[in-house]
Design a protein around this ligand. Structure first.
Ligand SMILES: [Fe+2]
Length: 260
């Protein structure tokens, strides 16, 4: 599993705070800063998911993931325009929704959402590194995130609200109400939620692939070490045999020392 060093955790978090400073202004920036100051300890170390095979299930994975989604969403936005789509959202809206689509994964106002799995069997066999903290209210991550934002008085445009709410696309059946309308008049009036969902999905799949590659490298390393150890044991055993039991020794051992 990926392990970020303290320096990397710090750099990622500072990158996040810098992006906020560069993107927002006025009262919204002030309130966002207050929210991040309060949640800082949890934001820095939160994972992006609970299971190894999902995505960025490691300390600091949350910040890495949201930065990844913002970066991918900006590229996705450009691609959408090149493909003929109409970009009817601002960069500020895109960054805001990207940064906060998973805010609920940090937890509620008091406690974290992901807590370490203490069942070793489940960690080892199911890759379940974290589990949901059942001491806090059971909520979907986008809704908890929107609750936190309103608690800090951070206003969200309708585009941002739906971008956050629908980031999981149809992977969340609650989103069918917005996405499976079968009536053009009821379809989304703005495309930002699609951009967010595509970016989040793509980032998640890419993060899984990154984990898979790292995992593969790690197991190849272990395999190499095992092979080296086996080879060393074999060589040592062979050397010992030739040193201590050469032909003369074997003869003596079998027939006693030659007297003639
Ligand atoms: Fe996400």
């Amino acid at each position: 599993m990926k392990q970020l060093k303290e320096q990397q955790l710090k750099e990622n978090y500072l990158k996040l705070r810098q992006l906020i400073t560069d993107t927002f202004s006025g009262e919204r920036l002030e309130r966002l800063n207050k929210m991040y100051d309060d949640l800082e300890d949890r934001v820095i170390v939160a994972p992006a998911s609970g299971k190894e095979e999902y995505h960025y299930c490691h300390v600091g994975g949350y910040v890495e993931h949201i930065l990844h989604v913002v970066d991918t969403a900006r590229k996705m936005s450009d691609l959408f325009e090149v493909a003929g789509g109409s970009v009817d959202w601002s960069d500020e809206e895109l960054v805001f929704a990207g940064l906060h689509h998973d805010l609920g994964k940090v937890g509620d106002l008091e406690q974290e959402h992901y807590i370490p799995q203490d069942n070793d069997w489940r960690v080892k066999n199911l890759g379940e590194i974290y589990i949901a903290n059942t001491d806090i209210q059971n909520m979907r991550a986008p809704e908890r995130g929107l609750f936190i934002l309103q608690h800090y008085g951070v206003s969200c445009s309708l585009n941002e609200t739906l971008g956050i709410k629908l980031a999981d696309g149809l992977y969340d059946e609650a989103n069918e109400y917005y996405l499976k309308v079968f009536d053009a008049r009821r379809s989304l009036k703005n495309r930002l939620p699609y951009i967010l969902h595509w970016a989040d999905h793509m980032s998640t799949v890419a993060e899984y692939d990154e984990w898979k590659r790292d995992n593969q490298k790690e197991s190849e390393k272990v395999q190499d070490s095992v092979s080296n150890i086996k080879q060393a044991v074999k060589t040592e055993a062979k050397n010992k045999f030739t040193e201590s039991t050469d032909a003369k020794d074997i003869f003596n051992e079998l027939f006693g020392e030659k007297k003639w």
